[in-house]
Unconditional design. Structure first.
Length: 302
């Protein structure tokens, strides 16, 4: 009897040890893969608190340059004003998911001395009754919000009085790619042409509205790492959130803008079935489920 009890005790200990190992694996998976896009506002690291007594602006450099895309997040957002941002580089470096859960690469920024790119700034309501920054924080899952000094912002519309008014004294925020989502386009995270459309249609809007010749082409030229990983999803709605943001009548203008990028063929029609990083999701979650069940059994069925 003593021998059987010892064997049973050893079995329980072994099962508990295996269970703890699997539990550790599960926790590591969630921390590094499963929930990396969930932001922790309690730490105030990725999304610093904003003083409601000050005037706040968001710097848009990708889809936020598109009026309808910007207003989709906050209909009360102020007018977009064209600017040039210094000491940063706009680049394809933010790997994330579309609303249809496809792994793609979005526009992001990197600190880069002597670099610059064109963008917009727009005022957001930040008070006790309306928290616009929180809405944009929730939208920009793959980024952290950082403050940009006024000295690194050049306003491009000479008709706007800057000195001494709210543009001169405001607080400017920009979304910079999170380190754990930083990566250039690859086979598993291609650039979606529909996202390019959203971005460049916004640039064309601004060029026309403010009579800024060459503004839209600068959007292309001041963006790096276009690479050669593209998917033409214009007719597949993989993005899932660009309804009405890129009227088809303007796609010909966008095609002209990107014609200098030899890797893009805007006239090709590529069937989008999901990238390599999407295809392994099902077995990943199946394995996770098995680990959870086994861990529960090993820890509690003793």
């Amino acid at each position: 009897m003593v021998i059987f009890r010892l064997l049973a005790t050893r079995t329980r200990i072994r099962r508990m040890a295996i269970g703890m190992i699997f539990l550790t694996i599960i926790l590591i998976w969630f921390m590094n893969c499963g929930v990396t896009h969930i932001h922790s506002e309690s730490t105030n690291v990725c999304y610093p608190p904003a003083d409601p007594t000050l005037t706040h602006f968001v710097i848009g450099y990708g889809s936020l340059m598109n009026k309808k895309s910007k207003q989709r997040t906050d209909p009360t957002a102020g007018e977009s004003i064209p600017v040039r941002i210094f000491e940063y580089e706009r680049t394809w470096n933010a790997q994330g998911k579309s609303s249809k859960n496809y792994s793609i690469t979005f526009l992001g920024i990197e600190g880069s001395k002597n670099a610059s790119f064109n963008a917009v700034v727009f005022q957001v309501a930040q008070n006790l009754t309306h928290d616009s920054l929180a809405a944009y924080d929730n939208r920009e899952d793959w980024y952290c919000r950082r403050q940009v000094p006024r000295t690194e912002i050049q306003f491009l519309d000479p008709s706007i009085a800057i000195d001494g008014n709210l543009y001169d004294t405001g607080v400017y925020w920009i979304y910079i790619t999170r380190p754990n989502h930083a990566g250039y386009p690859d086979n598993g995270h291609p650039i979606m042409l529909s996202y390019v459309d959203i971005f460049l249609f916004g640039c064309l809007e601004l060029e026309t509205k403010f009579n800024l010749q060459g503004f839209a082409q600068e959007c292309v030229n001041s963006t790096t790492h276009w690479g050669n990983h593209f998917v033409n999803n214009r007719n597949t709605n993989v993005m899932g959130n660009n309804k009405g943001e890129t009227p088809s009548v303007d796609r010909s203008k966008i095609d002209i803008l990107i014609s200098g990028i030899s890797e893009i063929d805007p006239h090709s029609q590529i069937s989008v079935k999901g990238s390599s990083s999407n295809l392994h999701q099902l077995p990943t979650f199946t394995l996770l489920f098995i680990l959870v069940v086994y861990t529960s059994h090993a820890l509690f069925d003793v």
